[in-house]
Ligand binder design. Structure first.
Ligand code: NAD
Length: 250
């Protein structure tokens, strides 16, 4: 029997597509039937190019990158249903050691990048009277974590922008949600661990901080993104869905 896939006919933009969670999301969305514009500042994003994946190299800090992704989605796949705001960077510093340009640069990627992309996709989604925006926040957007002054602030901003956009665009048929992952096994986490004085002890401590006693996989986060992107979550908007092995529950 030819079973319909849950994302058949849907078109998505995924930022940070060359990284751990982004790549897993592109793979899962396409497996579920979607076509995807895979966007990243890393030129390796070109390796994702496929009949149902259009690779766009660009920096989320620039409004033009978001506009280009929308143009490519419409030109190549004919519509636009899903935006996954996933690109981000981290600085592991307290506020006193964070330089102003470091703060500004992190905010430009993690927050202004989301701003540009939401502004670029919303007119199309409003015209279509449907759409789903999923932004990747973090446990760092929900609780204070040591030495993450700029990063926690940026992920908290995503939480609030998610709720605010959900309120403004519900009447237009656009849902806006966020996933807040705990630690996930990606190059992002590896870089964080490598920056610690004792990476092995840091990894042990991270695992212990999650009640499930382990780090998540990129595929586990992609599953939550795919759920929020799909019609299976049709009555969910403004939600911050934790996927953190119980981290913020304790
Ligand atoms: N890995 C974790 O432990 C963890 C935990 C909580 C939340 N997150 C969040 O998950 C998301 C994905 O992170 P990941 O773990 O896959 O990290 P990753 O480093 O593997 O991927 C991030 C991607 O974003 C891209 N990127 C960075 N700056 C960019 C820019 N200016 N323009 C365009 N692309 C840019 C990078 O090139 C990279 O491919 C991020 O939002 C991160 O904050 C990760």
């Amino acid at each position: 029997m030819n079973q319909a896939k849950p994302l058949d006919g849907k078109v998505a933009i995924v930022t940070g597509a060359a990284g751990g969670v982004g790549r897993a999301t592109v793979e899962l969305l396409t497996r579920r039937g979607a076509s995807v514009v895979a966007e990243d500042v890393d030129a390796n994003v070109a390796n994702l190019e496929a009949p149902n994946v259009a690779a766009v190299a660009g920096d989320v800090r620039k409004a033009g990158t978001a506009r280009k992704a929308v143009e490519v989605a419409l030109a190549r796949f004919g519509r636009l249903d899903i935006l996954v705001n996933n690109a981000a960077v981290i600085i592991t510093k307290d506020i006193l050691s964070t330089e102003e340009d470091e703060w500004n640069d992190l905010m430009a990627v993690n927050v202004t990048g989301v701003f540009h992309h939401c502004r670029a996709v919303l007119p199309e989604m409003i015209k279509q009277k449907s759409g789903s925006i999923v932004s990747v926040s973090s446990i760092s957007g929900l609780v204070g974590l040591p030495l993450q002054a700029a990063y926690c602030a940026s992920k908290g901003a995503i939480v609030q922008l998610t709720r605010q956009l959900a309120v403004d665009y519900a009447e237009h048929g656009v849902r806006v949600n966020s996933v807040a992952p705990g630690s996930v096994d990606t190059p992002f986490l590896t870089r964080y661990l490598d920056s610690q004085p004792d990476p092995v002890a840091a990894e042990r401590a991270i695992k212990a901080a999650h009640p499930m006693g382990r780090i998540g996989s990129p595929q586990e986060i992609a599953e939550v993104i795919a759920f929020l992107a799909s019609d299976a979550s049709s009555f969910i908007t403004g939600a911050i869905l934790s996927a953190d092995g119980g981290y913020v529950a304790r």
